[in-house]
Design a protein around this ligand. Structure first.
Ligand SMILES: [Zn+2]
Length: 450
């Protein structure tokens, strides 16, 4: 039998009937303890959580780890999406395997320290040197103890075909599909409690051919794997789709047989009423990336309307050169503030933001085994202290304080029943070493590119 741990009497917890805490065992939450009660079964250990606010582990539903290497990069500043991509893709074509590892470890460390327990990464650069990029990400996730959905991205439509990407970052469709299938066979854990999932993820409708889009959906469905892409991020993208396909982005995906509950889309900003209804009716997930949308000036996602229509909505920090942080707790606050600008003080509250950051993201990734604190679910938890920083001093509601005062660093993070962060530090790695290796990799990439 594995040992059990009672996370006892938290200051506050985002769960029903669990004021006395939770018992975890074998990677699962096995019991919720009511106020003033003891666990039903004897426990092997107790963690005093009286100074902690306990949340379900946060879920990051969209990211590009490699972009941490080009944060605050002068050539990319103050540009909208298309010119930004035209500037950055030729830089990223110089990526090397060591840089991918360093970037994944830094991004994962930053996410874990912000309370994130599951991250989706969309890697779409598979130059001849980077064929092992997903393998390197799996290695990094396993060593740091983070749960991941790794999206095998792809680009087969270049500048020469009227797209945006340099030929150097494109691949042949046949190779993309074979390689994605090999990754699904090698790493995808389809069952409950999976630590690694693989998703099929052509980059965007303007960087993937129609044939690749169609074949990717068929491959994902053959393996019952999730399907992902960027969609409706900017008005320019809508214009591109109208000119090239004679359709708006959602119509295009619908014709290709993409829409379904196994699909989640990054952004979903420029959607008209019909598109919101269509996505909702098919249960398509939308990952809201408020910081990225603000930095690139892309626009505002219609989050409450998408949820009302039936779409799960999650949050993504997106690539760290369009954000430029990988902090999911901060992203929840950003979503709360941004959505309030559109829907008013009574239209959105802090619990909405925390739902998007947890259960909403989990549902985007097709997971019912994470994202909430309930019996039988995976033991993924984020614990925040409110007594270590002036920003929280004087708070009344501890859960509201996380969003309103701006939590940004978890004190303890548990993934699958194991502590991955303890006392604000990574358990399985040295943050200083990760940061120096990452800074070296970033300097090298930026030097190669300039
Ligand atoms: Zn993205």
């Amino acid at each position: 039998m594995t040992t059990s741990l009672w996370i006892r009497d938290p200051l506050a917890i985002l769960a029903e009937d669990a004021e006395g805490g939770v018992v975890v065992q074998g990677g699962r939450i096995v019991e919720l303890v009511r106020a003033g009660r003891q666990p039903i079964r004897p426990v092997d250990g107790v963690f005093d959580a009286s100074g902690h606010v306990v949340l379900p582990g946060l879920v990051n539903a969209h990211h590009h780890f490699f972009q941490t290497l080009t944060r605050a990069f002068p050539p990319a500043l103050n540009k909208a999406l298309f010119p930004w991509l035209r500037t950055m893709l030729p830089v990223w074509q110089h990526l090397e395997p060591g840089m991918v590892s360093a970037a994944a470890r830094l991004a994962m460390a930053e996410l874990l320290l912000s309370g994130c327990t599951t991250a989706a990464d969309h890697h779409y650069l598979f130059t001849p040197a980077l064929q092992d990029a997903v393998d390197l990400e799996v290695e990094a996730a396993r060593s740091l103890g983070l749960r991941v959905t790794l999206c095998r991205g792809s680009i087969d439509h270049s500048e020469a075909d009227g797209g945006l990407a340099p030929v150097a970052v494109t691949e042949r469709r046949g190779h993309i599909l074979e390689h994605t299938q090999a990754l699904l066979e090698r790493y995808n854990e389809p069952g409950d409690g999976a630590m690694v999932r693989i998703a099929v993820a052509p980059c965007t409708p303007f960087e993937a051919s129609t044939a690749l889009m169609r074949d990717s959906a068929a491959l994902a469905r053959r393996y019952e794997a999730p399907l992902h892409t960027h969609l409706a991020e900017t008005e320019q993208e809508t214009q591109y789709c109208l000119e090239c396909f004679g359709q708006r982005p959602v119509e295009y995906l619908e014709e290709l047989g993409w829409l379904g509950p196994d699909l989640w889309l990054a952004h979903g900003v420029h959607l008209d009423d019909t598109e919101v209804r269509r996505l909702g009716a098919r249960g398509v997930g939308v990952c809201h990336c408020p910081s990225s949308n603000a930095v690139l000036g892309s626009g505002l996602c219609r989050v409450p309307e998408l949820e009302r229509a039936g779409c799960p909505v999650g949050l993504g920090v997106d690539g760290s050169s369009s954000n430029d942080a990988s902090n999911l707790a901060q992203e929840a606050r950003q979503a709360f503030l941004t959505q309030r600008l559109a829907y008013g003080a009574e239209g959105v509250d802090h619990l909405d933001a925390l739902r998007w950051a947890t259960e909403g993201g989990a549902r985007c990734l097709g997971r019912r085994d994470i994202g909430r604190i309930a019996e039988g679910l995976c033991a993924d938890l984020a614990l925040f202290r409110l007594d270590t920083e002036p920003r929280f001093s004087g708070h009344a509601d501890p859960i509201a304080a996380l969003v309103l005062c701006g939590a940004h660093r978890a004190d303890r993070v548990m993934v699958n029943g194991q502590w991955a962060v303890a006392d604000g530090q990574l358990v399985n790695a040295d943050l200083g070493e990760i940061m120096s290796a990452h800074a070296r990799a970033a300097r090298r990439l930026q030097a190669l590119a300039l």
